[in-house]
Design a protein around this ligand. Structure first.
Ligand code: PDD
Length: 275
């Protein structure tokens, strides 16, 4: 069962207008939630980010945040979802193609859930990555539908036979195709500051809180690709990847090329936030 416009209905009964500005302009915003034990993880943080993305791109949410929460919870129940994800997007609405925001259009909400499992193997075994120039715009803090640079980056990784890209601007590491990145050097955890150049990941925030509670020194400070290659540990964080170690970048191992001890401690602590 999906939710589209004002109702729950089977996917095949959804008829989307070609005039939806999501198609012409990628003119919309979205969120991806993890569902653990039938419950939305970090619901409030995701809702706050949805609200912020909407207001920054001047899309009026079609329902209150509370109502959206009710819709998503009902969606989980209707699909008897125990573990998976919930996707929700809101486009500016339907109007003949023209750049100005349409005066009349009503924002359109689409939501559905998946049974995509937790990436257990990757979390245990780690992944490999390549570095790639971050060619995105300067509002990467907004979760908008315009993901072509992200999909191109991800595909570049796959074309190179690895799983992920480490994006950088002039050598400064920002984030990955659909996750944030952190590194540990001399027992200090570094990650790019939450500014306009990265998505302010919900998982990132949870991990930073966990690190602080473990008395790991946290520095929200940018680092270069060279510094990353010399790190003791590196990992990515995100709703779909949770905490996944990066073992190799551009063919070079990070430290001894196996998941690091602080990464594993953070993984264990992270699991306790929903278990
Ligand atoms: N992506 N950075 C980018 C560019 C992302 O797209 C995401 C999430 C993250 C991690 O944010 P969070 O911890 O809040 O999931 C960082 C989602 C999962 C997606 O687009 O599928």
């Amino acid at each position: 069962m999906y939710f589209y416009k004002n109702q729950f209905l089977p996917k095949n009964d959804i008829h989307i207008s070609p005039d939806d500005r999501g198609y012409y302009f990628g003119d919309g915003i979205y969120e991806v939630f993890r569902v653990y034990q039938g419950t939305l993880y970090e619901q409030e943080a995701h809702m706050q980010r949805l609200q912020r993305s909407a207001s920054e791109v001047r899309i009026e949410l079609p329902y209150s945040i509370d109502k959206i929460g009710e819709i998503l919870t009902e969606l989980i129940h209707k699909n008897a979802l125990v573990e998976g994800t919930v996707y929700v997007q809101i486009t500016r609405g339907e109007a003949p193609r023209a750049h100005p925001f349409p005066a009349q259009a009503e924002p359109v909400l689409l939501a559905y859930c998946t049974t995509v499992p937790r990436p257990v193997a990757a979390m245990q075994q780690g992944i490999q990555a390549i570095t790639l120039a971050d060619i995105r715009w300067l509002r990467c803090d907004l979760k908008t539908l315009n993901l072509l640079p992200n999909t191109m980056a991800k595909q570049a990784a796959l074309d190179h036979g690895v799983q992920e890209v480490v994006l950088h601007r002039d050598g400064i590491v920002t984030e990955c195709s659909a996750s944030n990145i952190m590194m540990i050097k001399d027992n200090v955890l570094y990650t790019h500051p939450a500014n306009h150049l990265i998505l302010h990941g919900i998982t990132r925030a949870v991990v930073l809180r966990l690190a602080q509670s473990l008395e790991i020194n946290v520095k929200e400070q940018a680092f270069t690709t060279e510094q990353l290659l010399l790190a003791d540990e590196a990992f990515i964080t995100g709703t779909t990847v949770e905490i996944t170690p990066i073992l190799q970048i551009d063919g070079k191992p990070i430290a001894n090329g196996s998941p690091g001890p602080l990464t594993q401690t953070l993984q264990r602590e992270f699991e306790r936030t929903f278990a």
